[in-house]
Design a protein around this ligand. Structure first.
Ligand SMILES: *[C@@H]1O[C@H](CO)[C@@H](O)[C@H](O)[C@H]1NC(C)=O
Length: 152
């Protein structure tokens, strides 16, 4: 079965932290690089727009473009059976949701929600998410291939 998958430990961790502290999203302070090493996926993506997502209301969905040619591309992860046209986040920053701006190109990192079919790209405020043009040259090198040797 292509879509069989277990709910990720990471997902459980985030859900737990929502329940424990409903008002504030707190992130473990780590270096960006370590976040990258821990991330299940990384893509260079352009945000096309925000999709209306009526139910459940606490989910926000952005349509993205990635994984095409050299410009917008996948950087890290196993994208088998993953929907690369959308990213999912919580609707509020208090529950670690993140706001993305339309038409901007981002480095997006996060976890792959394998409990859904197709699998979903899921991001939170704590992930390393940054507009591509504000990354330093060193960071760009790291996220494209440097991490292969640079992660513990
Ligand atoms: C990628 O993920 C699929 C299922 O989502 C799995 O069957 C496959 O073994 C994975 N490949 C690697 C290289 O981990």
């Amino acid at each position: 079965m292509r879509c069989a998958g277990t709910i990720l430990i990471l997902a459980i961790f985030y859900v737990n932290s929502f329940i424990q502290d409903a008002r504030a999203c707190s992130c473990v302070p780590l270096q960006k690089r370590l976040f990258y090493c821990n991330a299940e996926f990384a893509v260079k993506a352009k945000v096309v727009n925000e999709q209306r997502w009526p139910f459940p209301r606490d989910i926000r969905v952005y349509m993205i473009k990635t994984g095409g040619g050299k410009l917008l591309r996948t950087l890290k992860g196993n994208f088998t059976n993953v929907d690369l046209t959308k990213v999912y986040t919580q609707s509020k920053s208090s529950t670690c949701g993140i706001t993305l701006e339309q038409d901007k190109v981002y480095l997006l990192t996060g976890h792959i929600d394998a409990s859904k079919c197709p699998h979903r790209l899921s991001i939170v405020l704590c992930d390393w998410i940054q507009t591509w043009r504000t990354l330093s040259r060193t960071e760009k090198t790291f996220v494209t291939k440097g991490y292969l040797n640079g992660c513990p």
